[in-house]
Write a protein that binds this ligand. Structure first.
Ligand SMILES: Cc1cc2nc3c(=O)[nH]c(=O)nc-3n(C[C@H](O)[C@H](O)[C@H](O)COP(=O)(O)OP(=O)(O)OC[C@H]3O[C@@H](n4cnc5c(N)ncnc54)[C@H](O)[C@@H]3O)c2cc1C
Length: 689
């Protein structure tokens, strides 16, 4: 039996208002440096970022009586608050029917290789507490009548461990976590962009001391740029992923993350070659992933050229109408691109075809009022001729209906509602889209508590490189929650350190101020637009999901050159409002060089196509095929199995990036853990050290 969902319910899950008022914090002291008077904020822990990961850390720290401060570029902005898909997914241990097996879940999380086994296990077992906490504070996770959570199968997920609150799961997570943070009295500094990390000590004694930020609320006569200092013994980077790194990107605008910020401070990064790319609506309109039911309803995908002619281009790739329709459908749960799925007429051939078509300057569209048009010489699309997986899915969901829009409305009315809310009625007009950068699997390297290579500095959420080559859909949100919890547990179990005298950091603060002063009067410096265009074009054209092996070293040289010019010429900061973003572009330039360094190294080691990136080369062993024959331009190198057992780490030292190959961390023998033996470690807090 199918039921119409009341409009009010659809509204609640798509238009998610955020809390209006959060607690703010006044500076603890003022620092006079020359003519400038700069506020200094002290806290036991500083969380940078107010996405789902940062808010979880803040809530868990406060629950453990830690004086925590959240500094955030923009409250309720970022990927968690502003991104999603048809059913945005949270992937945790299955909590219905037979329950789950954590070893198997950990294996599934790391199945693509290059993931530490201990991290995978921590994310698997930790998912239960992380998930229960969200439920407890009001996340509307769907249940069946026995109280079990409704689950489905998503990408890289053989067991069906996914669940969702609708298109805006992560925004709803931000909402309930923010409400909890407000209840607990967590203090926030909004419009605070951290531009540099402060580090105390040398060599092995190096540890985090705090951060320098630009706070628009702290601007004044004696502080025209709004410079502010945070001092803290523990700092959690939860600033999200580097959404601005690629031109073709589905991240909301102004998502810079903290990869470059961390690299600049000497923190090691890992798995920077690993990403997700997939289809989504364009950034200049309403960026959103077109996964799940958007494609499981099998819309007609076509292109339009500059003369307005329509092209049924997918029909030139697949052999039959049935095969074409099935692969559009399968993009639903095989949503991100995977190089090997470009072979054998698999679902990533759809992405390749879209990429190739858009390279010729055509606009790609999805029409929900037309079924896929036939392949030449074959019969028309028919619900009577569907591949078995497609037929059973539609039939199980009572969605064997004539048009894509009917099927979508039946399976997921929220998916239609969401676009309507953002000004596009997909029941009336086709939707333009393309292939985008969607997620960074790598990031700052962390241990199983989320601590980076810089003592006292943690990275969680998309800032952390906790995923391997692939990740099941929803594992990113889970990882952010698990590590938000774990870093809080470790921080709360540390012995308090004496407050740091700000005088110890004068040199670093003065250097940062000098950089700002120089930028504000630097007429010959590089413009922000130049840096942005240079980085984004290079990343999308040379390090996107189609990547030509022989073009990467030139791209790396160009990225290195950009950083050299930034060093020598500096960046022109046109006015004080642009100080923060000028640092963010400086960091992006570093992140881009770091990524290309890792990619160049990987390719030089014979590294092949894996995860979302096809490493194309005339010497490649695999060739995707269309119905017209081999697609020689996309011949690609296949993955070397030994690379699954390694990670590439990148560290910035004396102005250069160094790459190291490291083996994966393993899991200790779980059979050697016993209650009485291991209880004291918990009671004394030894396990956190
Ligand atoms: C379209 C799309 C769909 C997705 N769907 C899924 C899905 O279905 N399942 C899944 O698991 N994952 C999904 N992801 C990925 C997931 O949404 C993100 O990995 C996750 O939301 C990141 O959360 P976060 O808290 O780490 O960062 P964010 O939510 O991006 O938060 C970052 C915060 O840091 C702040 N900030 C940034 N820089 C600074 C700075 N320098 N100083 C101070 N503050 C700063 C920002 O203002 C923001 O508050 C999707 C991503 C996209 C783009």
């Amino acid at each position: 039996m199918t039921m119409t969902i009341p409009q009010e319910t659809l509204d609640q899950l798509t238009h998610v208002p955020m809390p209006k008022h959060v607690a703010t914090r006044q500076p603890n002291e003022m620092l006079q440096l020359g003519a400038d008077i700069i506020p200094v904020y002290r806290s036991e822990a500083l969380v940078i970022g107010s996405g789902a990961a940062g808010l979880r850390a803040a809530v868990e720290l406060r629950r453990r009586h830690i004086d925590v401060l959240v500094a955030t570029q923009t409250l309720f902005w970022g990927t968690s608050a502003c991104s999603g898909s048809d059913k945005q997914t949270l992937h945790t241990a299955a909590t219905s029917k037979q329950g789950d097996n954590f070893i198997k879940l950990a294996q599934a999380l790391g199945a693509g290789g290059a993931m530490d086994a201990d991290t995978a296990y921590v994310e698997a077992v930790g998912s239960v507490e992380a998930f229960a906490g969200l439920k407890y504070i009001g996340l509307p996770l769907p249940e069946d009548r026995y109280g079990a959570i409704l689950r489905y199968q998503t990408d890289h997920d053989e067991a069906g461990r996914a669940t969702s609150c609708g298109p805006r799961t992560s925004r709803l997570m931000v909402k309930v976590l923010a409400e909890e943070a407000i209840r607990l009295g967590v203090a926030f500094v909004d419009h605070s962009t951290v531009i540099r990390l402060l580090v105390a000590g040398e060599g092995r004694e190096r540890k985090i001391a705090g951060a320098i930020a630009i706070n628009s609320g702290d601007r004044g006569e004696n502080n025209p740029t709004g410079l502010a200092i945070y001092l803290c013994p523990s700092l959690v980077l939860a600033a999200g992923g580097p959404g601005e790194l690629f031109r073709d990107s589905v991240y909301p605008k102004r998502c810079f993350g903290s990869l470059g910020l961390g690299l600049e401070a000497g923190i090691t990064a890992v798995n920077l070659t690993e990403h997700q790319f997939g289809i989504g609506t364009r950034r200049d309109e309403f960026p959103w992933n077109l996964s799940g039911t958007y494609v499981q309803c099998m819309p007609y995908i076509y292109s339009v050229d500059d003369k307005g002619n329509e092209h049924n281009f997918l029909a030139e790739y697949y052999r039959t109408t049935q095969e074409l329709a099935a692969n559009i459908f399968r993009k639903g749960y095989q949503w991100p691109i995977h190089a090997t799925r470009m072979l054998d007429f698999g679902s990533s051939l759809v992405d390749l075809a879209i990429f190739s078509e858009s390279q010729s300057g055509r606009t790609i569209l999805m029409d929900f009022n037309r079924n896929p048009q036939p392949v030449a010489g074959d019969e028309s699309f028919s619900l009577e001729r569907l591949e078995p997986d497609v037929a059973s899915y539609l039939s199980n969901n009572d969605a064997l209906l004539p048009l894509p829009i009917d099927r979508l409305r039946r399976m997921n009315p929220l998916a239609i509602e969401l676009y309507k809310y953002h000004g596009q009625d997909i029941s009336q007009a086709p939707l333009a889209f393309n292939v985008n950068h969607q997620h960074m699997n790598g990031g700052l390297a962390v241990d199983t508590w989320g601590q980076t290579s810089l003592s006292g500095c943690y990275a969680i959420g998309e800032a952390a490189g906790t995923h391997g080559v692939t990740r099941p859909g929803g594992a990113a949100l889970n990882a952010g929650q698990v590590f938000g919890l774990r870093c809080a547990k470790q921080i709360a179990n540390q012995t308090a350190s004496p407050p740091l005298a700000v005088a110890q950091l004068h040199k670093q603060i003065a250097q940062c101020m000098a950089d700002i002063t120089q930028g504000l009067s630097n007429e010959s410096g590089l413009s922000l637009q130049q840096i942005k265009a240079d980085i984004q074009q290079r990343m999308s054209d040379k390090a996107g999901f189609i990547c030509y092996a022989d073009e990467v070293s030139d791209a790396l040289q160009a990225a290195q050159q950009l950083n050299q010019v930034i060093q020598q010429q500096g960046i022109a900061i046109p006015y004080v409002n642009k100080v923060a973003v000028s640092f963010q572009w400086r960091h992006m330039a570093l992140a881009s060089e770091a990524l290309l360094t890792a990619l160049d190294f990987y390719i030089s080691q014979g590294g092949g196509s894996r995860g979302a990136r096809a490493i194309c080369s005339a010497q490649g062993e695999a060739v995707p095929e269309s119905r017209q024959g081999p697609l020689a331009d996309y011949r690609f190198i296949t993955e070397k199995p030994e690379h699954r057992q390694q990670q590439l780490t990148v560290t910035y030292q004396q102005g250069k990036f160094a790459v190291t190959v490291s083996s994966l961390r393993q899991l200790d023998d779980l059979n050697a853990i016993f209650f009485e033996k291991n209880w004291p470690d918990f009671l004394t807090g030894a396990l956190y050290r």
